[in-house]
Write a protein that binds this ligand. Structure first.
Ligand SMILES: [Zn+2]
Length: 214
């Protein structure tokens, strides 16, 4: 069994200076069957891992992890330290992390295409609904004009007004923003001493603009 203490005075291979990190913050153990466990050592600011679906950090006290689990010592917006678990054993080699990050980018690109297609459909549906209602008002036979004219005119006025308001205030791109936000959580420089939040282009070109570690 291997045991690695993480912290300012820990025995991980890289240095941790973040002010939110305790001297002995957490520990990773790898047992003889290769199972990795992360345990918080009653740290002041807590130990977090990133959810692999949503990207949201969750605070843990003890959890089974794997080499590509993303660990944060201290909360996300604090002066903590964040890294992929395998860095505690293989510092400076980011091949697996880069592959993982690029897979996430592929996933994002695919989901983005689907969401954009959905938004296009929503816009067309609203458009055709408006045209449809306007068309129906035009199809009302002229012989009924005297009875129905006011009604028809009102509909013809109301429909475009409603659709304009709807288009102006309904946020078609809400889902797109949510998706971008979700995948942004996966864009961290894999260098534990860097903490740079990467852009998609930096991951694709494998170049962190801050530390050029990749
Ligand atoms: Zn970096």
């Amino acid at each position: 069994m291997k045991k690695i203490i993480l912290g300012k005075e820990g025995d991980q291979y890289f240095t941790i200076n973040g002010s939110s990190v305790s001297r002995q913050h957490a520990e990773v153990t790898i047992n003889d069957s290769g199972i990795w466990t992360l345990t918080d050592l009653n740290s002041t600011n807590g130990t977090f891992v990133r959810d692999e679906q949503t990207g949201v950090l969750k605070r843990i006290s003890q959890i089974e992890i794997h080499p590509l689990t993303f660990i944060c010592l201290g909360p996300d917006n604090s002066h903590g330290c964040s890294f992929y678990a395998r860095q505690v054993l293989n510092p400076g080699d980011f091949k697996d992390e880069l592959e993982y990050m690029n897979e996430k980018e592929d996933e994002y690109d695919k989901e983005l295409v689907a969401v954009e297609r959905k938004i296009r459909w929503q816009r067309w549906i609203v458009f055709f609904l408006n045209v449809g209602v306007a068309g129906i008002t035009l199809l009302i036979p002229r012989s009924f004009d005297s009875v129905i004219t006011d009604f028809r005119l009102n509909i013809m006025r109301i429909v475009p007004i409603c659709s304009t308001f709807f288009s102006a205030f309904y946020d078609f791109s809400g889902e797109k923003k949510k998706l971008a936000e979700q995948y942004n959580r996966f864009r961290h420089c894999p260098n534990p001493e860097c903490h740079n939040k990467l852009k998609s282009t930096e991951i694709r070109s494998m170049d962190c603009s801050k530390c050029h570690c990749m």
